[in-house]
Design a protein around this ligand. Structure first.
Ligand code: PLP
Length: 234
């Protein structure tokens, strides 16, 4: 395979299929209709591949790199009003200014240094995106996120001491494990801290996430087709 994306022609169709599955999962698992928000993950995809999703009415998108999003989204936003952009990849503190300017939601608040940088940026410009704290539910050494046992204290720091707009939690379970215990752990941490937003579930496992209470599912390849493997990290 070269850089040929077999499903790229079918973005609108794929999107409709994913939305139908989300609505069906809501019904099957006793979730309120429309209570799960689809974050369409458009990382590595060009404007030409993203446009059909926008034309079909999708407005919430996820990107994992600040610079890549800066190159694509100002133009697309000018074409399509009402876009809500989520940062779902790691945020370096030297990119905080750009990220605060561009994103509506940052899902990857994962360390104290970043929390302080976001608080400073908000003090400067009087605005801050809505925030989710990333929890490393599998305690994987190579993965970003707060360890589950440190989550309560970190939530208190961000929300209560720094007064940041923390709305919920996000996780990326280990690829080689069943995801449901990780989703359940995230839901439990959110519940005991009074947080209502749960971003969990991707193309392969969003139904399980919806069953366990996801309010946001992040779906990329099932909509836009497979990505080149070396860009699949996140
Ligand atoms: C890439 C990515 C996704 C989407 O993954 P798919 O398997 O393509 O649906 C979701 N969340 C994060 C954090 C990602 O980096």
């Amino acid at each position: 395979m070269t850089d040929d994306h077999p499903m790229a022609d079918n973005v609108a169709e794929n999107l409709a299929g994913v939305l139908a599955e989300i609505r069906r999962s809501e019904r099957d698992h006793g979730r309120a209709a429309g209570s799960v928000c689809l974050v369409a993950v458009s990382k590595t995809k060009g404007a030409g591949e993203i446009r059909p999703a926008l034309q079909a009415g999708q407005r919430v998108f996820g990107e994992n790199r600040v610079q890549e999003a800066e190159a694509k989204w100002p133009g697309l936003r000018a074409e399509f009003p009402g876009v809500e952009l989520h940062l779902i990849g790691p945020l370096q503190t030297n990119k905080v200014r750009e990220a605060v300017e561009l994103f509506d939601v940052i899902e990857t608040l994962d360390r104290e240094k970043l929390a302080h940088a976001l608080a400073e940026e908000r003090a400067k410009r009087g605005r801050c995106p809505r925030l989710l704290i990333q929890v490393n539910t599998g305690a994987e050494p190579q993965k970003a996120g707060i360890l589950p046992e440190d989550a309560d204290a970190f939530i208190r720091l961000c929300r209560d001491e720094l007064n940041l707009p923390v709305e919920g939690l996000m996780c990326i379970p280990p690829v080689e494990e069943p995801p449901s215990p990780h989703f359940a752990l995230l839901a439990k941490i959110a519940r005991r801290n009074g947080l209502s937003v749960l971003s969990m579930g991707m193309s392969a496992d969003f139904e399980a996430a919806i069953q366990i209470g996801a309010t946001h599912v992040r779906v990329g390849s099932a909509i836009f087709g497979v990505r080149p493997p070396h860009r699949q990290n996140g």
